[in-house]
Every structure is written in structure tokens, then in C-alpha cells.
Design a protein around this ligand. Structure first.
Ligand SMILES: C[S@@+](CC[C@H](N)C(=O)[O-])C[C@H]1O[C@@H](n2cnc3c(N)ncnc32)[C@H](O)[C@@H]1O
Length: 219
């Protein structure tokens, strides 16, 4: 059987519209945000991870940031607060402090809503890990990029393999990802910088104990 490898298919992570879209972030991809995109010296404040899942991203953020609040709409059994980052329902998630940063890998279908709230509530900045193609699209341009141009778009040169429900260190993917950063002080300037996460970072930013810490954590 021939494989369909068209760009449209390769760029998709096929999910039902009502799915929670739980795809844990490889630890090295969060460290790339800290070390290659923001810089460690800028990652000392308080951060909210509002779609924390099983904690793959929040645990890595805690390696550098002084304070990390974790929440998710679903209870993954890690002691995080339970609440929705979007919508106005009784289950709306709030952060117990004013977060300097809001950083997450949002569910694809709600990423625009996540971006709007994160940009509005983060004191210093917001960072979302999204498919690289997320920066395209008229609706997203009108709701997000024309009003709030990101300070930095940071595509990964290497692939960032994400599989449903767990971190598989040996997974591969054809989907490209990028960090998108909004910064309160850069919003006024209206200019967006491209900053590539260079080759070799997957290997350099993977730690010896990552498999023991993260590979077993599943939904
Ligand atoms: C792509 S996973 C990312 C998990 C985690 N941030 C990470 O990087 O490992 C998306 C997460 O969004 C959560 N989620 C879905 N809808 C949500 C909502 N309305 N509010 C908060 N979290 C939500 C899912 O439960 C899932 O854990």
C-alpha cells in the first residue's frame, strides 16, 4: 500500500474535535525554550502552565523558573489544579499569583483561545508550543497576529515527536513545531524576530534521567 505523504497530511495531528489532545512535550523541547529562545537569565520568575497534562512541561520549567503553577481541565493524577483555561464556566482555571509567564503546549483546537488569554494575563510574556503551520491562516491572523504580533517565532530545525498519552523518546514525526513568544514589552514595537532552535539540541538538551522521570508518565 502506498503511503500518503502529502504536506497536508504530514502537517496534521489527527484528533477528534472534542479530544483533550493530550500529547506530552518531550523534555528537551521545553529546555530549548529556556536555553535557546528566552535565555536562562530571563526564566527566573513565576510561571503558569495551564494545560499541564501529566507534568512533562511544568516539571522542566521548574528546573529554572522560581515558581510554577500547574492546572489542566482534566485530572491526570499529579496534584495539579483542575480547571479550563478557556471559557467562562464555573470550572474556569485561575492562577493563585500574577504569573510573569504563561507557557504551555495547548490543545490544537483551542490554541487561539489559549493565546488570547495568555497574552492578556501574563505580566512578562506568553509562550505556546504549536505546529509551525499555526502561524498561517486568515482567522488566526485576524484574531491574534494582526493585533498581537509575537516577539519571537522559534521553529525547531529538528522534529519534536509527540505521541498521544505518553512521551516516547524513540518516536518520530513529520510534523514541524515552533515556539511562539509574546512579550509585553515587545508588543508595542510590533516587530517579530525569527530565532531558530538549531540542530543538535534534542541530543544536547536530553538529560540522562529524562527517561526515568518522564517516559513512564502516561494518561
Ligand atoms: C498537547 S497536551 C500538552 C500537555 C502538557 N502541556 C505538555 O506539554 O506535556 C494538551 C493538554 O491540554 C489539556 N486541555 C485540553 N483542553 C483544555 C482546557 N480547556 N483547559 C485546560 N487544559 C486543557 C489536555 O488535557 C492536555 O493535557
Amino acid at each position: 500500500m502506498s503511503q500518503n505523504t502529502s504536506h497536508a497530511v504530514m502537517a496534521q495531528r489527527v484528533e477528534a474535535r472534542d479530544s483533550l489532545d493530550f500529547f506530552p512535550t518531550p523534555p528537551w523541547a521545553t529546555r530549548a525554550l529556556v536555553h535557546d529562545v528566552l535565555g536562562v537569565e530571563n526564566c527566573r520568575g513565576a510561571v503558569w502552565e495551564p494545560a499541564c497534562g501529566a507534568g512533562h512541561m511544568s516539571a522542566v520549567l521548574a528546573e529554572t523558573f522560581g515558581r510554577v503553577h500547574r492546572s489542566d481541565v482534566h485530572d491526570y493524577g499529579i496534584g495539579a489544579c483542575v480547571g479550563s483555561f478557556v471559557g467562562e464556566g464555573a470550572d474556569r482555571a485561575e492562577c493563585p499569583f500574577r504569573p510573569d509567564w504563561i507557557i504551555t503546549n495547548p490543545p490544537f483546537n483551542l490554541a487561539v483561545d489559549f493565546a488570547e488569554r495568555a497574552i492578556a494575563e501574563a505580566v512578562v510574556g506568553a509562550a505556546l508550543l504549536v505546529r509551525s503551520t499555526w502561524i498561517e491562516g486568515v482567522a488566526r491572523y485576524e484574531r491574534i497576529f494582526s493585533r498581537n504580533p509575537p516577539a519571537i517565532v522559534a521553529p525547531f530545525v529538528e522534529r519534536v515527536p509527540m505521541v498521544k498519552g505518553r512521551w516516547d523518546p524513540n518516536a518520530t514525526t513529520a510534523t514541524a513545531y515552533a515556539w511562539i513568544i509574546w512579550s509585553a514589552c515587545a508588543l508595542a514595537a510590533g516587530r517579530t524576530e525569527m530565532r531558530w532552535v538549531p540542530p543538535g539540541r534534542r541530543r544536547a538538551l536530553t538529560r540522562a534521567d529524562d527517561v526515568a522521570r518522564f517516559a513512564g508518565a502516561a494518561a
